[in-house]
Design a protein around this ligand. Structure first.
Ligand code: PLP
Length: 399
C-alpha cells in the first residue's frame, strides 16, 4: 500500500525545484554561461570563515562530543548561547528553556504548526507565500487560508486578516523579510496586525468563555538579510508569538540543516506550546539537530551576515530592469525581486522568458497571478550576462 497524499507530494515536487532541474539540464546542453537560473534561494555568498574555524576546532574534540546525539531540544550550551545572543540584540531575558534547536526553518515551522493546531483548524498565510507552508499546514491536518497582502506595498493587510479570522483560526504565519516579495514588514504594519489579532482574541474569549489566543508564527530565515530596513522583534509586540529561525541564509548553511524555535516561556500556555513543539519534533522523527552544526551555531551566533554582495546584485538588477520598463517591488530584504510579468499569465510569461534562457519562478506557485520571482542570490556575472536577454524579452512585449 502507498499513501496517496504522500505519493502525490513526492511525484509533483516543487515548481522551484523543477525549474532548477531544467536549468541544470539546459546548462549541460548549451553551457552554464548561457543559462540564467534565478530559481533557487541558495545563498551565493560563501559561509563565513568563522564556520570553517569552528568546525576545525570541533573536530579536535572527542568524537562523542561532536558526533553524538544531543538532548532532543539541543545541547544546553548551544541553546544558552542563542538565548544570550537574542538578549544582547533585543533587550530580552531569554534562557535555554525558550529555545529548541531544529533541523532548519522548515522543521521549525512544521514543529510549530504541529504544536499549535488540531485537525480542521485554520492557519492564515499572507499571499504571495512560501509554497511549502501549505504542505506543512496540511501535514498537520489543518487548513491553509490565503489572505492577500496589500497589492501596492506587499505589507500585511491587517483588515483582510481580521476578516478571515474564524473560531477555527489557530495561527497566522508571517515571513519578513519576505520570500517571495522582498518586503520587510514595518513596525507600524505589525502593530496593526497585532491590534487585529488582539481584537479577535478578546471577542473570541467573550464568545467561548475561555481564552484561545491566535498564535503568530514569525518565520524569519531572512532576518539578517536586509538593506537598512528595521526588522522589528515580533515577540516584543505580541505575547503569543513563536519565532522560527535558521542559519540557512544568515550563515549560508542551507545544506547543514540547523535552526531553532523560540517560544518565550511567559505563561503556562507558552510552556505547553514548547512541550508540544518537542512532541511534534519527536513524532516527525527529527531526534535532534545536527550536533556538529549546533556547535557551529554556538561559536558563530554573533557573526554578522555578509549582505554586501546581495545589495550589489539588487542594485544591478533593479537599475537595469527599471530602465527596460519592468516594474517590481523595491526589495527591503531577502534576495528575491518580485517583478510584474509582462502579461497576466505568469506561467505563459515564464515560458516566453525560457526562449531567452531566463528562468524566474512564476507567481502561481506562491498563490497569486501575474508576477515572477527573480532570485538574485547568484554570481553577479549571471545578472550581467542575463541583461541582454531581459532586454530582448521586454522588446518582445513591445516595451
Ligand atoms: N521559510 C522560508 C520563508 C524560506 O524561504 C525557507 C527556505 O528557503 C524556509 C522557511 C526553509 O528554510 P530552511 O532551509 O532553513 O529549512
Amino acid at each position: 500500500m502507498i499513501n496517496d497524499t504522500m505519493y502525490a507530494r513526492g511525484a509533483e515536487s516543487s515548481v522551484i525545484r523543477e525549474i532548477f532541474t531544467y536549468a541544470n539540464e539546459r546548462k549541460a546542453q548549451i553551457g552554464a554561461e548561457n543559462v540564467f537560473d534565478f530559481s533557487l534561494g541558495n545563498p551565493s555568498v560563501p559561509a563565513p570563515d568563522e564556520v570553517r574555524q569552528s568546525i576545525e576546532r570541533s573536530l579536535k574534540l572527542p568524537p562523542e562530543q561532536v558526533h553524538g546525539y544531543t538532548p532532543a531540544p539541543g545541547a544546553p550550551e548551544v541553546r544558552t548561547a542563542v538565548a544570550e545572543s537574542l538578549n544582547r540584540r533585543f533587550g530580552t531575558n531569554y534562557t535555554m528553556a525558550d529555545v529548541f534547536m531544529t533541523v532548519g526553518a522548515a522543521a521549525s515551522v512544521s514543529c510549530t504548526l504541529g504544536a499549535v493546531t488540531c485537525p480542521g483548524d485554520e492557519v492564515i498565510v499572507i499571499a504571495p507565500y512560501f509554497p511549502e507552508y501549505r504542505v506543512w499546514i496540511e501535514t498537520a491536518g489543518a487548513v491553509c487560508i490565503e489572505v492577500l497582502a496589500d497589492q501596492e506595498t506587499f505589507q500585511v493587510d491587517p483588515e483582510a486578516v481580521a476578516a478571515a479570522i474564524t473560531d477555527r483560526t489557530a495561527a497566522v504565519i508571517i515571513d519578513s523579510p519576505n520570500n517571495p516579495t522582498g518586503a520587510v514588514y514595518t513596525r507600524e504594519n505589525l502593530e496593526k496586525l497585532v491590534d487585529a489579532l488582539e481584537r479577535a482574541n478578546t471577542e473570541r474569549e467573550a464568545r467561548l468563555g475561555h481564552p484561545q489566543p491566535i498564535v503568530l508564527i514569525s518565520d524569519e530565515p531572512y532576518r539578517e538579510i536586509t538593506y537598512g530596513a528595521e526588522v522589528p522583534w515580533v515577540p516584543s509586540l505580541y505575547e503569543h508569538t513563536v519565532v522560527c529561525y535558521s542559519y540557512s541564509k544568515s550563515l549560508s548553511l542551507p545544506g547543514e540543516r540547523v535552526g531553532w524555535v523560540l517560544v518565550p516561556q511567559v505563561s503556562e500556555g507558552a510552556r505547553r506550546v514548547m512541550t508540544a513543539v518537542a512532541g511534534t519534533a519527536r513524532s516527525l522523527g527529527f531526534v535532534c539537530a545536527p550536533s556538529l552544526f549546533q556547535r557551529v551555531v554556538m561559536d558563530c551566533v554573533d557573526v554578522p551576515s555578509d549582505v554586501a554582495a546581495y545589495a550589489r546584485n539588487r542594485d544591478l538588477l533593479t537599475q537595469a530592469l527599471s530602465q527596460m520598463g519592468y516594474t517590481y517591488v523595491e526589495p527591503g530584504g531577502a534576495f528575491y525581486l518580485w517583478v510584474r510579468a509582462l502579461e497576466p499569465d505568469a506561467e505563459a510569461f515564464c515560458e516566453r522568458a525560457r526562449a531567452y534562457e531566463l528562468l524566474p519562478v512564476p507567481s502561481n506557485s506562491f498563490g497569486v497571478e501575474g508576477w515572477v520571482r527573480v532570485g538574485y542570490c547568484v554570481a553577479p556575472e549571471v545578472i550581467e550576462r542575463s541583461l541582454p536577454a531581459w532586454k530582448r524579452l521586454a522588446e518582445d512585449y513591445g516595451l
